[in-house]
Design a binder for this molecule. Sequence first.
Ligand code: CBY
Length: 431
Amino acid sequence: MRPSHQQPFVELLLFSLISSHLCEICEVSERNNFRLDPLLNAMTKSNYIRGTESANVLFSLRLVGILNQTLIQGLSQQVRSYAEGREINLSSGQLALIIMALGACHTQDENFIGKHHLVDHLENKFQAEIKNMEEHNGSPLTNYYQLSLDVLALCLFNGTYSPTKVAGLFAPENENYYFHGQFSVGTGAMAVLALTCVKRRLGKEQTKADEDLKHTENNIRTLVKKILSKKKENGLIGNTFSTGAAMQALFVSSSYYNESDWNCQQTRDTILKEISLGIFKNPDAAAQILPSLLGKTYLDVNQASPCAHLLGNINISIQEPQPVAPNSSSYISVHYSVKINETYSTEVNVSRGSVFLEVMEEAQKENKTIFGFTVEQSSWGPYVTSVQGLRANNNDKTYWEIMSGGKPLDQGIGSYVVHNGENLEVRWSTY
Ligand code: CBY
């Protein structure tokens, strides 16, 4: 009989063989690489990119092996100067992303992580998230997507965390996976990546952590089932912008579902179609989908070998954003409301091609008391923080939901292009 301690190793090998096979069959072939150009263009519009966005873009480019020196050096410089001195103010997930972007492959950037004790800072921020959960009825300071990024970065960069606590925290029934009672695919997928890293580390350590391993595996199994249950007929999982994370999660967890449960080529082809329609203009959206289309996952970070020149030859033309000439003759009219308990409505005229934010600005000009609002920059663009002075609050799980025709939009106010006659609404909501 084989010594039993070899079993986790054999299983590990088997898992990685199966999952790498799945990544390969879904990878966009070399002759089709040109179909990824719109993503690369969105990610390299350097004038627009800063902060966490640069980290997301740098991380994504390094994962897929684009090592264009000018581009990477510029982004790395941006990420380092953004992080420098700001360790305290960054949210936990932002810091986790910065660590993963800087440490994605073995470069000089690793020294920055060490010199600025970024992993220690992340440990503290993760603890602060848990403390907030204890004090505020289970609500973290940020959200479970960021807690998953935290665990992932701590796991990949040898930080300290308790696998027992992590297994308890990421139990699939935890309400932080749900917004409005709906399972958040992006959140679940990021948790699967984090838990898979934890599982692999437990397997390697071969300690007596069998209970933790079992618990972690059960969590992964149930989360994967929930992710697959959100698969749409066209192959998208959740919506367009959660599909990249879902693909990554399914790549690394293929031993938990049957081959017939997911047609990854169909998912890839639908995403390629959406790319050609210009749906991934947002740099964050582009950065999040790119690795999955080249068979890469966030677990490929910090491996023994430095990032390979996978796409080193791709010719990236850094496009200057073209100023759009306003066509004053072409105006559209939309209906806009703010709903708290009462509904406050108005008609707004904006030029064709305007985004939701411009409608809000027009309405605000008309009546600051009723339509006045504030935003904060997030990596996905502007995020509405208050309307009529009423401020969203994480601990109360309140937020301003943005809707069209009574349905929540799957893009933010900075990206969603409005249409003539549309019924737009900003609604005081809880999640
Ligand atoms: N990232 C984060 O911390 C965000 C995590 C995330 C799960 C994220 C989606 C997924 C991702 N890949 O980044 C997320 N959204 C969260 C957690 C939230 C909640 C934020 C509050 C909190 N607890 O941290 C909340 C309030 C439920 C939420 N998202 C609200 C909204 C709406 C914003 C409206 C506003 N006030 O401006 C909105 C527009 C939905 C709506 N109709 O109201 C929304 N989110 C959207 C559309 C999205 C997607 C963005 C897609 C796009 N192209 O713009 C999203 C990718 C994302 C960002 N949200 Co939230 C989800 C999706 O549709 N697939 C980590 C950090 C380091 O960057």
